[in-house]
Design a protein around this ligand. Structure first.
Ligand code: ZN
Ligand code: ZN
Length: 136
């Protein structure tokens, strides 16, 4: 038994799914895709590894208003920040990162070492806004 090697394999399998899919996915959605190639991996294992991959900065975790966390691959060239529609759940990438010099200076002042951050704006997309004005 070499638990460390097994863990690495599980994480590789999960990351593979994200490389193929490249979208925001819940643990359940990841589980269903990983199961195709790794039928013995449990949902609990997926949850644990998703958290681990987030802490290790491989994945970004976004908690939606429905309480479900969704994950996506971190791209160095594409910040993992979104505009998220509260009505349909559609998300759009924000093409820059709002962490600025002021924020960095503040963290340095607190001797705080950042590991990862989230930045998402929740609202209503133009389509949903249009649909609601038609029906009301
Ligand atoms: Zn919408
Ligand atoms: Zn950022």
């Amino acid at each position: 038994m070499k638990p460390k090697t097994r863990l690495t394999k599980q994480r590789q399998a999960i990351l593979q799914v994200f490389h193929q899919q490249d979208s925001l996915m819940t643990a359940q959605e990841v589980y269903e895709l990983v199961r195709l190639t790794h039928p013995r991996m449990s949902l609990g294992t997926i949850y644990r590894n998703l958290e681990l991959l987030t802490i290790q900065s491989f994945l970004a975790k976004i908690v939606f208003p429905d309480g479900k966390a969704r994950f996506e691959l971190i791209h160095s060239e594409k910040p993992n920040h979104h505009l998220i529609c509260l009505s349909c759940g559609q998300s759009v990438h924000i093409p820059w990162c709002p962490i600025n010099e002021k924020m960095t200076a503040f963290m340095n002042g607190k001797y705080f070492t950042p590991q990862y951050h989230q930045f998402d704006i929740f609202g209503i997309c133009s389509e949903c806004k249009q649909n609601s004005s038609i029906t009301s």
